[in-house]
Ligand binder design. Structure first.
Ligand code: NAP
Length: 267
């Protein structure tokens, strides 16, 4: 049996146990994946307990992603660049940290026929989610990646940290008026409060697509806006499944089928 977990606070709403159960069924593996509440500062102890019970790895969600990075003995370049980890894997001597959000996002974009290669891409938001996907977006070779954020300094810092990986720039929201894009990604958290990110129709080239990292009720305001403006829109449920699939691959060596799991979640 493969013992896995997700730690966070709150975590009972997490879809990860269900997603990993579906992956395990696909792969014919016996997996025990549990959602475990863990307060900030408590991850070290939680990881010790998981290791004592033979745990192979875990996901880490809010507010523990930075703590996970700090506790890990080994960190990928993507973890270092994002300043956060969402996947820990047990090694002989400690924990190895990865951030699978970017791989999950790009896998979903490819599934939807939205290959970032050669496209002009706008990323709105520069928080944890945006930081987790920037390196993978640049690895997908967009023509440009422009990051826009309410706190302009945060967007510029994020762009500067990734400059060696490709054509990335950081801006405040005022700069959103001046360019058009082929692919616009919303990585703000405004949907959770029923709000809209600062999008407007002039941002979109003809046939451009709007991808929202939010999913579920947090995605509803932007989805409705896109419908009103005839802009093709996708919510981030496929990214959620994609990032989980990359964690599952790291732990088991098996690459799950995304489509069937996404259908099970939204159907
Ligand atoms: P975060 O670290 O708290 O960052 C929030 C972002 O939203 C920041 O860029 C922030 O700008 C911006 N923002 C918040 N309120 C705003 C407002 N009123 N006006 C303008 N900008 C505002 O959150 P996160 O972890 O990056 O998550 C962002 C979203 O992505 C969340 O809704 C989360 O559910 C979703 N997400 C989805 C997946 C997936 O697998 N699909 C994975 C991770 C996250 P400032 O920097 O100026 O504060």
């Amino acid at each position: 049996m493969i013992r896995l977990a997700v730690f966070g606070q709150p975590v009972k709403q997490s879809l990860s146990p269900r997603i990993h159960r579906l992956f395990a069924e696909q792969a014919g593996l016996v997996v025990d994946y549990r959602a475990i509440e863990c307060p900030p500062g408590g991850l070290g102890e939680a990881l010790e307990t998981l290791a004592e019970r033979g745990g192979r790895g875990c996901n880490v969600t809010l507010p523990l992603k930075q703590e996970a990075m700090t506790l890990a003995e080994l960190r990928s370049e993507r973890v270092e660049l994002a300043g956060a980890a969402n996947t820990l894997t047990r090694t002989e001597t400690g924990w190895s940290a990865e951030n699978t959000d970017g791989t999950g996002l790009v896998a979903d974009l490819l599934r939807l026929g939205l290959d970032p290669a050669g496209r002009r891409v706008a990323l709105i938001g520069a928080g944890g989610a945006a930081a987790g996907v920037t390196a993978a977006l640049l690895a997908a070779k967009p023509a440009t990646l422009a990051i826009f954020n309410r706190t302009a300094e945060r967007a510029r810092d994020l762009a500067n940290r990734h400059r060696h990986l490709g054509p990335v720039t950081g801006h405040g929201l005022d700069a959103l008026a001046s360019e058009r894009f082929d692919l616009v990604l919303n990585a703000t958290s405004q949907g959770h409060a029923g709000g809209l990110p600062p999008v407007h129709p002039d941002l979109f080239e003809t046939d451009a697509h709007l991808y929202d990292l939010n999913y579920g009720p947090a995605a509803h305001p932007l989805q409705a806006w896109a419908q009103d403006h005839d802009i093709p829109y996708s919510p981030g449920i496929g990214m959620l499944v994609g990032q989980a699939a990359e964690s599952f691959r790291i732990w088991t060596g098996v690459e799950p089928e995304l489509e069937v799991v996404i259908e099970a979640l939204v159907g």
